[in-house]
Design a protein around this ligand. Sequence first.
Ligand code: DX5
Ligand code: ZN
Length: 229
Amino acid sequence: MSVRIAPSLLSCRFAELGREVRAVDEAGAEWIHVDVMDGRFVPNITVGPLVAGAVRGVTERTVDVHLMIEDPDRYIGDFAGAGADVITVHAEATVHLHRTLGLIRGLGRRAGVALNPATPLAAAEAVLGDIDLLLIMSVNPGFGGQTFIPGALERVARARALVEAHRPGRVEVEVDGGVSAKTAPALVQAGATVLVAGSAVFGHSGGPGAGVEAIRTAIAGVSWRGGAV
Ligand code: DX5
Ligand code: ZN
C-alpha cells in the first residue's frame, strides 16, 4: 500500500484556511485531516461540519475527519453531508462501535476506528471486518504540537500485523501525533500507510508545502518491513 501524508489543519492559520488547504494540496498531500473536538471527550473544542464542508469546497483530496467527540452517531450524517470521505470515531467514545461504523459505511463513507495510547489494540479486533482504517494515536488527543509517545511505534507494527492477518491490503493504518520527518521513516517501516502531521507541516519554517515535502523526502524509498518490530 502506498503511503499518504495527511496534514492536520489543527495547526494551520485558520483565518487563511482555504489558502492553507491549497498549499498542502499543491504540495502533493493526498489527504487533508480535520480534527473535530467537543470539549468533553478531549479538553479542547475545534470545528464542526461547516468547516469540514468548507475544506471539501476547496480540494479534491481525501477529506479525513477525525472525530474526538462523545456519542459520535449524532453527527455522522452531518459530516457525511459535508463531504467527508473518511470518518473516524474513537473506540472509547461510543458504546455501540459496530453500529456506529455501520452508520458511516451505510452513508457510503470510509470508516475508521481510533485508539488512544492506553487502549488495547484488541478493542478494534472484533470490528476489523467493518473498517477501512485503524488510527493509532501517538499522543493523547486534544492538542497539536505534542511529543510522540515512543511506545506508539510498536503499536503501529502490531496494528499492521493484526489487519494483515484479517484483511490483507485492505485496511489503512494511520498514525496521529508528533509525526515529523524525523519520526515518519520508522512509522512507515512499522506499517503505517497514512501519516497525520500538524505542527511539522504548518509550523515548518519554509511553509506548509515545504513541510509536506520534508516528510515526503524522509520516507522516500522506505517501506513496511513486514511482521512486527
Ligand atoms: C491531536 C490531533 C492531531 C494533531 C496532530 O489530538 O488528533 O491530528 O493535530 O498534531 P501534531 O502533528 O502537531 O502532533
Ligand atoms: Zn487527528
